[in-house]
Design a protein around this ligand. Structure first.
Ligand SMILES: O=C(CO)[C@@H](O)[C@H](O)COP(=O)(O)O
Length: 219
C-alpha cells in the first residue's frame, strides 16, 4: 500500500480556507486532516461543527477528523453528518474506549485511536483488532508548529510489531512535527500516514511540499 500524506488544516489560512482546501484537492495529498480542540482536553480551541461543514462543501479528499475533546461519544453522529470519513478519539479521553470504537464504526466511519506522547502503546493490546487507525502523537496535542518528539520512532516500531503479531489491519498515523527531515525515517520505522500542518502551509509552495513529502514517504 502506498504511504499517505494528510495535510492538517490547523495550519491553513482560515481567512482563505476555501483556497487552501482547493489546494489540497488539487495536490498529491491523500487525506485532509481536521483537528478539533475543545480547550478542555487540550489547552487550545481550534474550530468546530460550522467550520467543518464549510470544509465539507469543498473537500474532495478523505476527511480525517481528529477529536482532541472530552466526551467524544456525544458527537459521533454529528461528525458523520458533516462528512467525517475517519473519526479518531483519544485513548486518554475515553472511559469506554471499546464502546466508542463500535459507535464510530456503526456510523460507517473508520475508527481511530490517538495516543499522547506519554501513553504506552501497550494500552491498545485489547482493542488492536477492532481499530482501523492508530494516531501516534509526536508532539503534545493542542498546537501546531512544535518540535517532533524523537521517542516516537521507538513507539512506531513497537506498534508495528504489535499489529503484525496480532494480525490487525490498523494503519499507523504520525501527527506532529512532520517535515522532510523525518518523513522517510518515519515510514521506514513503520508509519503509513504522515500528518503535516506547519511544514506544508508555512512553505512557499504548499502543493509542491505535499508532493515532496509524498515522494519521500514512498521512496
Ligand atoms: O494535532 C495536532 C496538534 O495537536 C496536529 O495535527 C498539528 O496540526 C500538526 O501540526 P504540525 O506539527 O505539523 O504543525
Amino acid at each position: 500500500m502506498s504511504k499517505l500524506i494528510a495535510p492538517s488544516v490547523l495550519a491553513a489560512d482560515f481567512a482563505n480556507l476555501q483556497r487552501d482546501i482547493e489546494m489540497i484537492n488539487n495536490s498529491d495529498a491523500d487525506w485532509i486532516h481536521i483537528d478539533v480542540m475543545d480547550g478542555v482536553f487540550v489547552p487550545n480551541i481550534s474550530f468546530g461543527i460550522p467550520v467543518i461543514k464549510a470544509i465539507q462543501k469543498h473537500a474532495k479528499k478523505t476527511m480525517d477528523v481528529h477529536l482532541m475533546i472530552v466526551n467524544p461519544d456525544q458527537y459521533i453522529s454529528t461528525f458523520k453528518n458533516i462528512g467525517a470519513n475517519n473519526l479518531t478519539v483519544h485513548f486518554e479521553a475515553c472511559t469506554h474506549l471499546h464502546r466508542t470504537i463500535q459507535a464510530i464504526q456503526k456510523e460507517g466511519m473508520k475508527a481511530g485511536v490517538a495516543l499522547n506522547p506519554h501513553t504506552p502503546i501497550s494500552v491498545l493490546e485489547d482493542v488492536i483488532m477492532d481499530i482501523d487507525l492508530i494516531c501516534l502523537m509526536s508532539v503534545n496535542p493542542g498546537f501546531g508548529g512544535q518540535n517532533f518528539i524523537e521517542n516516537t520512532y521507538k513507539k512506531i516500531i513497537q506498534l508495528k510489531h504489535m499489529i503484525e503479531q496480532s494480525g490487525s489491519s490498523a494503519l499507523i498515523e504520525i501527527d506532529g512535527g512532520v517535515t522532510d527531515q523525518n518523513a522517510h525515517k518515519l515510514i521506514s520505522a513503520g508509519a503509513d500516514i504522515l500528518v503535516a500542518g506547519s511544514f506544508v502551509f508555512k512553505s512557499q509552495n504548499p502543493s509542491e511540499t505535499i508532493q515532496n513529502l509524498r515522494l519521500l514517504a514512498n521512496s
